[in-house]
Design a protein around this ligand. Structure first.
Ligand SMILES: [Cu+2]
Length: 167
């Protein structure tokens, strides 16, 4: 009986350690995230789309919404689109922005008539109705990639233009 008790205690201690160990492992999503190539905790990108120019060879535009649900501000260093040679982040007035900053718990709309990503040198295989990939690269090196629908410069783009506060 006494022997059994002596065994019981170390076993409990062992179980407690195991439980703690398990807790720590589950508490380490960073390890899992860093083994994945992309992702940024608390940042969600939705509605990504690439709008092709009406005239081939002209620049197009990419739009998306960045939702920053994290406790810190995030700053976009650049945006890459698969099949596109070059991108620039533009303000509504077409001025080049060095970066897009989203304060904590806010969201950033890249939308027609507002800030947008101007895309240059669009590969001919990017066709309306298809899909490409849009990658947002942050100043800290993190990246988030999302699928982006490819759209022709159509009715919706025209709507955006008439809604734009431009002369
Ligand atoms: Cu522009």
């Amino acid at each position: 009986m006494t022997t059994a008790r002596h065994f019981a205690l170390p076993l409990l201690a062992l179980l407690a350690t195991a439980a703690l160990g398990g807790c720590k492992a589950a508490d380490k999503p960073e390890a899992a995230a860093s083994s994945a190539p992309e992702g940024k905790p608390g940042v969600v990108i939705t509605g990504a789309r690439l709008v092709l120019p009406a005239v081939t060879g002209n620049p197009g535009a990419a739009y998306f919404v960045l939702d920053n649900q994290s406790k810190g501000a995030v700053t976009i260093a650049s945006v890459a689109v698969t099949g596109v040679g070059k991108t620039e982040i533009h303000a509504a007035d077409m001025k080049v922005l060095d970066a897009g900053k989203a304060e904590a718990m806010t969201h950033l709309d890249f939308t027609q008539g507002g800030p947008h990503v101007m895309v240059f040198d669009i590969a001919p295989d990017l066709k309306a109705g298809g899909e490409t990939e849009l990658t947002v690269i942050f100043t800290d090196g993190d990246k988030v990639s999302v699928p982006a629908k490819i759209e022709a410069m159509g009715a919706s783009a025209m709507d955006g233009m008439s809604a734009a506060p431009k002369p």
